[in-house]
Design a protein around this ligand. Structure first.
Ligand code: H79
Length: 424
């Protein structure tokens, strides 16, 4: 069997992925939690099932948008907490095949993204508000558990586990090679073997030996001897771990921050809180500077289109990456401390200075005096001179620093101006 280092190598090179939350909840358009938050009964929620037609679903367009954005892999919700399946599962009737859409939408997704050369991931919620044998999220959220009769009905959790394991087997058997399995999520004391996680993981790896799996079944990859089900990468949600993530020996472990473009994961018609391209670019840079990935979420609308606002942000991020991708792909943390004006990423002897704010005057590189062979502006390859500005000698000598002067009052790229430093 492959090691975690072998399995995650491509993933850590790729650094940037597209997360996609799409399901029935796009119709009420109040976010992916709508069924739980509003305690909708199955009958209420079924009105969306009866309408879901995916009439503008074109995963090729999604894949092209991801590619143009510089995203190298994608993860799509095959089933969210509401239990609705975008795939043609033999184990439930609550699936896209039985809606007006009338087909397996996961198959089209996998094929389209593969054809665009984008690695394919599947999100699967281990929480399921629709299954009769699911106890409910800490018994607080299951919509049907508010109903006394439903609450008192005995459940057979093993039957749910058979269903859940069976669906994972379907997903990993029916669509060829899958690159990422993204489970969501363990909570309270519902973790690890409560999901029969060792058995599940063994089954997954027997079908897809090279697949990488997130850490949300439980366990801890940082431990000296992680559980078999601890997974291959950490998945901090809506937060960037301040110091990255390291194991008990201080060695970096693979991680991916999942962050949504506005304030919801599923489509929300009233949510216009989109992050700017600049924020997304700097977030990606921050992740990479701490050895992490960014999985950036979009929530397509009920018809299947990624919103115009999302596409605009993605396009600008992609244009920045087209010019500055060398400072992201295959890069990671630098041994140098975070500079005042921005962040460093590094790949071998190429150090990338991401200049966010420089104030006035030359940019100062602490500790790099006499250590820079070449410096250039990454976006156009133009040479930059490393030279001591007038009167700067006395300051630079203190820390052995170097200076580079960028012309003009404004930075060449307001999103993030990248200077490539070839170190001696
Ligand atoms: O799929 C996305 C989220 O729906 C899912 N994980 C990401 C990838 C997720 N489910 N639960 N949580 C994250 C954390 C729980 C948040 C909650 Fe709430 C706070 C549940 C109830 C209060 C957020 C706010 C959801 C409803 C209200």
């Amino acid at each position: 069997m492959s090691t975690i280092e072998e399995r995650t190598e491509w993933f850590l090179q790729d650094r940037f992925g597209m997360f996609i939350h799409w399901g029935l909840y796009a119709i009420p358009a109040r976010g992916e939690w709508v069924r739980g938050n509003e305690r909708m009964s199955f009958e209420q929620y079924k009105t969306y099932f009866d309408e879901f037609d995916a009439s503008r679903y074109n995963p090729r367009a999604w894949a092209r948008a991801a590619k143009a954005a510089g995203q190298k892999y994608a993860v799509l919700t095959t089933k969210h907490h509401d239990g609705f399946c975008l795939f043609d599962s033999k184990l439930t009737d609550f699936k896209a095949t039985n809606t007006p859409a009338g087909r397996d939408l996961i198959r089209e997704y996998v094929e389209a993204f593969r054809e665009e050369g984008i690695a394919v991931g599947l999100y699967y919620s281990i929480i399921d508000w629709n299954h009769d044998d699911y106890p409910g999220y800490g018994d607080r959220i299951h919509p049907d558990r508010d109903n006394e009769a439903a609450k008192n009905k005995p459940i057979d959790f093993d039957r749910y586990l058979t269903y859940m394991h069976g669906q994972v087997r379907e997903l990993l058997t029916n669509y060829g090679k899958i690159d990422i399995m993204w489970f969501d999520f363990s909570y309270d004391n519902m973790t690890g073997e409560k999901w029969k996680a060792t058995e599940l993981i063994r089954m997954i790896r027997s079908i897809q030996p090279d697949i990488i799996i997130d850490n949300r079944l439980g366990g801890d990859i940082r431990a000296a001897e992680p559980e078999e089900y601890a997974g291959d990468f950490y998945s901090p949600e809506q937060i960037i771990p301040p110091g990255g993530i390291v194991d008990v020996n201080g060695v970096s472990v693979p991680w991916e921050a999942c962050i949504t473009l506005n304030d919801n994961w599923g489509y929300h018609s009233g949510d216009n809180a989109y992050k700017s391209p600049k924020q997304v670019i700097r977030t990606l840079v921050e992740c990479v500077s701490k050895n992490g990935n960014l999985l950036l979420n979009v929530g397509p609308d009920a018809k299947g289109e990624i919103t115009r606002e999302s596409l605009d942000v993605l396009a600008e991020v992609g244009e920045w990456l087209r010019l500055n991708g060398d400072s992201i792909y295959g890069c990671g943390i630098s041994a140098l401390a975070k500079p005042e004006w921005g962040r460093y990423t590094q790949k071998g002897n190429k150090l990338y200075a991401h200049v966010f704010d420089r104030g006035v005057g030359p940019i100062y590189f602490a500790g790099l005096k006499g250590k820079i062979k070449r410096a250039r502006l990454l976006r156009d390859g133009s040479e930059l001179k490393v030279e001591l500005p007038w009167m700067a000698e006395q300051y630079s000598d203190i820390e052995g620093g170097a200076f580079i002067t960028l012309k003009g009052a404004a930075l060449p790229d307001e999103n993030d101006t990248v200077i490539e430093l070839e170190l001696l």
